[in-house]
Ligand binder design. Structure first.
Ligand code: SF4
Length: 273
């Protein structure tokens, strides 16, 4: 295959520091493929990330990038979008960054319907800081902070985004690469808050602790437990046990934050952007 994607990456920042077999690279590549699929200009696209293993991606991607503070990628991205609505703004965040430290920013970004594409790399754990349980760690799964299994109920980040007001919500996995690319590409099309949960394997902090085997085994687990939404909708409740849906869960329209602000500016007698 033509190696045309090299131009999207900062060669002098590679090789990356992710562990061998980590799924983050697959999700990062899917974002770049979606950007290429949609024909977005590299010079007109900004990548904003928070803190964590996933958020290292912004350092490798040759766009205008911002590696921000823990949990704060969405507010930084909101500021960029309001300052220059012509930019395509993509946020890369992790499950801890997005739903714990940045949880409030996440729900209010959804509520405001800011025109951002937020891709949450969900590895079910805090990888970079040593394997602490995150809000998406499954009940009963082990973490360094939950050596006998987590008792906290798990956030479904897609349901959270839907309930909070996002206008595009989807999930995919590192096993379903083309599907993941398509889910992100559709998010880039949406004028409003797009949320894509990209499930990625973390063989080091999550897989090892939970005896899930190597990276390939973890990807096979995703293959065997993910169910496409159309099939999921027809699945009786008892057959859903232990499985999870992937696909587009919500695609709707609502006024986005830039447009709403333009209307306020006009009402106040100013010139809209
Ligand atoms: Fe990837 Fe996990 Fe290693 Fe972080 S700790 S780089 S998420 S495999």
């Amino acid at each position: 295959m033509e190696r045309s994607f090299e131009r999207y990456f900062r060669q002098n920042h590679l090789p990356h520091l992710w562990c061998p077999g980590c799924g983050n690279g697959i999700a990062m590549k899917a974002i770049v493929q979606a950007i290429e699929q949609k024909g977005l200009s590299q010079d007109n696209t900004v990548i904003v990330s928070g803190i964590g293993c996933s958020s290292r991606a912004s350092g490798y991607m040759d766009f205008d990038t911002l590696h921000t503070a823990h949990g704060r990628a969405i507010p930084f991205a909101t500021g960029i979008k309001l300052a220059n609505p012509d930019l395509n703004v993509v946020v890369i965040t992790g499950d801890g960054d997005c739903t714990a430290i940045g949880g409030n920013h996440f729900i209010h970004g959804c509520r405001r319907n800011v025109d951002l594409t937020v891709v949450m790399f969900n590895n079910n754990i805090y990888g970079m800081t040593g394997g602490q349980a995150s809000p998406t760690t499954p009940i009963g799964a082990k973490a360094t902070t939950a050596p006998y299994g987590s008792v906290d109920r798990t956030f479904d980040a897609c349901e959270l985004a839907e309930a909070a007001g996002a206008t595009y919500v989807a999930r995919s996995t590192a096993f379903h690469v083309t599907h993941m690319t398509n889910m992100i590409a559709a998010g880039l099309d949406n004028k409003g808050f797009s949320f894509i949960e990209a499930m990625v394997q973390c063989p080091t902090a999550f897989g090892r602790k939970n005896r899930m085997g190597g990276p390939a085994d973890m990807m096979k687990w995703m293959r065997d437990h993910a169910v496409m939404k159309a099939a999921w909708d027809k699945l009786p409740q008892e057959k859903r046990e232990g499985k999870f849906p992937i696909g587009c869960f919500l695609q709707t329209q609502a006024i986005d934050y830039d447009t709403a602000y333009d209307q306020v500016i006009k009402r106040a007698g100013g010139a809209a952007k």
